[in-house]
Design a protein around this ligand. Structure first.
Ligand SMILES: Nc1nc2c(ncn2[C@@H]2O[C@H](COP(=O)(O)OP(=O)(O)OP(=O)(O)O)[C@@H](O)[C@H]2O)c(=O)[nH]1
Ligand SMILES: [Mg+2]
Length: 312
């Protein structure tokens, strides 16, 4: 691929959406370009980064969609990164979802990027982080990351956000499990979406009890009920998100989060570099002999690892 990176970056700085899309692809797929681009762009990290997580089908995309409308009413711009091939933002199979998205598709202050769960150099978490930084550099007031929140990777991804919204549904036992599995501690705002369904009040009380028990200091984690169908609770969600942002700055918590984010990025980049180094190193004869011994059960893989580690 031959092209002029400098002129691409110039276009990006002028607010050209195509240049933005192209740069996102470059940083996602290519380490060298990535390095170059980040050197040339002045990344100030001024966007408010909001992570949306929750079980599949909890209504994250629908909720984000409603929130986009609120964000635009307030004259703010927003970039969205949706991680999940099944997400409506990917222009998936469901016609209804497509129609939902179309209302923002001509708005230049709304940019949606979907990211498949595969094919990134350095893994999904790193790609997401880089995409966040690029959207921030482009100048979006708000950057939203949507991810299905069940596994460890998702928790890692969501750590890239300043404000974390956990989307639950009425009476979903799975969600309570997920909360116990560790998302509880990192959620800043709980949303019980689909409040038009039965059991919403009871779920709210249950979650509030859990929140109360967790006893986080400083920020009082709110539990909000929303229905994207009835367009209820969206304003409250928007307000709470802003309130949390204000809290972050007033309490200096923002500095802690930015530190965690940078640390996380550095670890991911290091992992990436070390892995490449290892892949090369393992081709050395001396080391491949150790691997062969493990294959022949002359030593365990653990012993092989210790031996290789010493040699490195
Ligand atoms: N009853 C009810 N259904 C809703 C509401 N919001 C969304 N849904 C429905 O829930 C389903 C899933 O919505 P999505 O917005 O795609 O959920 P998601 O969490 O983004 O799903 P994944 O990205 O696949 O994990 C869709 O059929 C929506 O129409 C709501 O407020 N009430
Ligand atoms: Mg979705």
């Amino acid at each position: 691929m031959k092209f002029d990176l400098d002129s691409l970056i110039e276009k990006f700085k002028q607010g050209n959406i195509r240049a933005l899309a192209k740069i996102l692809t470059l940083v996602e797929n290519n380490y060298e370009y990535s390095k170059n681009i980040f050197e040339k762009l002045k990344i100030e990290n001024t966007s408010h980064i909001i992570g949306f997580t929750g079980s599949p089908g909890a209504g994250k995309s629908s909720l984000i969609d409603s929130l986009i409308t609120k964000i635009r009413e307030n004259n703010l711009s927003v970039g969205i990164i949706a991680i999940d091939p099944s997400s409506p933002f990917t222009g998936g199979a469901i016609l209804g979802d497509r129609i939902r998205m179309i209302k923002h598709s001509t708005d230049k202050k709304v940019f949606i990027r979907s990211m498949a769960n595969r094919g990134q150099s350095g893994g999904l978490a790193l790609s997401t982080l880089k995409a966040c930084k690029i959207l921030s550099a482009f100048g979006f007031d708000i950057v939203i990351v949507e991810t299905v929140g069940t596994g460890q990777t998702e928790v890692e991804i969501i750590k890239t956000a300043d404000t974390i919204v956990l989307v639950l549904n009425p009476e979903s036992g799975d969600d309570i499990q997920a909360i116990k599995a560790g998302i509880m501690e990192i959620a800043d705002i709980f949303v019980i979406n689909k409040s038009d369904l039965p059991g919403a009040n009871r779920t709210k009380i249950n979650i509030e009890t859990l929140v109360h028990e967790s006893n986080k200091s400083g920020w009082k984690t709110p539990v909000i009920m929303t229905s994207t169908f009835k367009n209820e609770g969206i304003e409250e969600l928007f307000l709470k998100i802003n309130e949390h942002k204000n809290y972050l700055f007033k309490s200096n918590e923002i500095e802690k989060r930015k530190y965690i984010q940078s640390e996380n990025e550095i670890i991911l980049l290091l992992e990436n570099k070390i892995r490449k180094y290892l892949e090369n190193k393992l081709k050395d004869e001396e080391i491949s002999n150790i691997i062969k011994d493990a294959v022949l059960n002359k030593k365990t893989t653990y012993d092989a690892v210790d031996e290789i580690f010493k040699k490195l």
